[in-house]
Design a protein around this ligand. Structure first.
Ligand SMILES: NC(=O)c1ccc[n+]([C@@H]2O[C@H](COP(=O)([O-])OP(=O)(O)OC[C@H]3O[C@@H](n4cnc5c(N)ncnc54)[C@H](OP(=O)(O)O)[C@@H]3O)[C@@H](O)[C@H]2O)c1
Length: 412
């Protein structure tokens, strides 16, 4: 938001909440918000064409539109809950379209996977057998034909959504250019029919294809924010996309009334550990409103965004460390003679109980440990083994390693 422009307050009693992206995270937040009574379902919106995602939201009263623009137009607070990057599974829908897909077959995605597989496998075969060379030739033709659907309207997309449609027109053009370049290199390869050229250009083609995919990495959130940009002024914006920084989000949205939140997967059971950081134009009231929403799916803290890599290393990745610990405790129980089901139940409830003692009891975990370790008893014998194995150091190292990994991702 430009300097000096005052953020219009969000009307607490009447505001509407919209989700761009209606996946697991959006559903967890929406369900939590409705169940906790923070907001009635009648004031929540999302968009999707697929019947399973639509009915997931409609089942608890959320209105589901066909298009993202309808969500933005109707809502005051917008939560972007799409993937931060392009995964191979949504290559067809997310790179080239700015709308959610239907449940139907993703023709372009499927075709691009098949063609890639066909090309690479027949390239490998072509270096050894003449049948392989023939197959590769055939794949060249199918590849040429396969370009046409990219330029046409996809049958499963919402009305007005074309496969090559982007607020950054060069993105579609660049993608198409790279594909055509690959195509030309393949043609040249076949013209030469010299095995040396075949190897050289074939490998070059594969590199170019990888480059094309890398260039589009990170477009999921960016593309959707850019496309909706003309409608986003005066809205309070929130992103839960992992690893996407406020500075970029604000740049794409054209204003800085943006809040970035990192939740974690226990959001699905209402036990998320979330952290938020406020963009330059987000007000204290905005922060409180978002804290109430995310408070409905667990606990939320406020922190400087520069801590987000460490937060990712601790609470973002942390659930996986604890799953490992629960599984190992259960294995120990089985090794000591317990039936598997009983061992798993005891292990998970023990972790839950211990976590509640720390978060609800108010005592330091070191004190709680001392309280249960009686002299010469069973617990101190177990703790001794953990200390010999470097248990604490291993957990600390895990958090530091995950933080470093997150820093590497942030620098890309
Ligand atoms: N799950 C978690 O616990 C968790 C934890 C921390 C952070 N996050 C973050 O939350 C975000 C969402 O994660 P998720 O687990 O909910 O993923 P998800 O289940 O894959 O949901 C993403 C949803 O976005 C939709 N979508 C894709 N492109 C779209 C577009 N252009 N317009 C509108 N909708 C679009 C997808 O539609 P289709 O059905 O067509 O694919 C899908 O329904 C991610 O950025 C992730 O980093 C999630």
């Amino acid at each position: 938001m430009a300097a000096g422009v005052v953020s219009v307050p969000i009307p607490n009693d009447t505001y509407k909440l919209g989700f761009i992206g209606s996946g697991k995270m959006a559903e967890s937040i929406a369900r939590g918000v409705v169940n906790s009574g923070v907001l009635p379902a009648s004031r929540i919106r999302t968009a999707h064409l697929g019947s399973s995602r639509r009915s997931a939201f409609e089942s608890f009263g959320v209105k589901v539109f066909d298009r993202n623009v309808e969500v933005v137009e109707d809502c005051d607070v917008i939560i972007f809950s799409v993937k931060p990057q392009i995964g191979s599974s949504n290559l067809g829908t997310s790179i080239l379209s700015s709308e959610p897909s239907s449940d139907g077959l993703d023709f372009l995605g499927l075709a691009s996977h098949l063609m890639t597989f066909f090309h690479i496998s027949s390239f490998i075969a072509s270096s050894t057998t003449s049948v392989g060379l023939g197959l590769w030739r055939l794949s060249l033709n199918s590849y040429g034909l396969g370009l046409f659907p990219v330029l046409t309207k996809a049958p499963s997309q919402p009305p007005g959504s074309y496969m090559v449609k982007s607020s950054e027109p060069y993105a579609g053009a660049l993608y198409m250019g790279l594909l055509l370049l690959c195509h030309m290199i393949l043609c040249l390869t076949f013209t030469c029919r010299n095995s040396l050229y075949t190897h050289f250009f074939g490998k070059y083609y594969i590199l170019l294809f990888a480059l094309a995919i890398m260039l589009f990495n990170g477009f999921a959130v960016k593309e959707v924010v850019l496309q909706l940009k003309p409608l986003l002024s005066e809205k309070l914006l929130v992103s839960v996309a992992a690893g996407v920084k406020l500075i970029d989000l604000q740049d794409w949205a054209g204003h800085s009334r943006f809040i970035r939140v990192i939740p974690n997967t226990p959001a699905a059971v209402g036990e998320a550990a979330s952290v938020m950081s406020l963009g330059a134009a987000a007000t204290e009231d905005d922060g409180e409103l978002i804290a109430r929403l995310f408070g409905a799916i667990g606990k939320i803290w406020k922190a400087d965004e520069k801590l987000f890599d460490a937060i990712t290393g601790l609470s973002g990745s942390g659930p996986a460390y604890i799953y490992l610990a629960i599984e190992a405790l259960a294995d120990g129980g089985v090794a000591a003679g317990l039936p598997r089901e009983l061992a798993l139940g005891l292990a998970s409830q023990t972790v839950l109980g211990a976590a509640s003692m720390v978060s609800k009891g108010g005592k330091h975990p070191g004190q709680l440990k001392d309280d249960v370790a009686s002299p010469g008893g069973t617990t101190i014998a177990g703790i001794h083994e953990l200390e010999k194995g470097g248990f604490r150091g291993i957990l600390m190292n895990a958090v530091v390693a995950a933080t470093k990994r997150s820093q590497e991702f942030s620098k890309r």
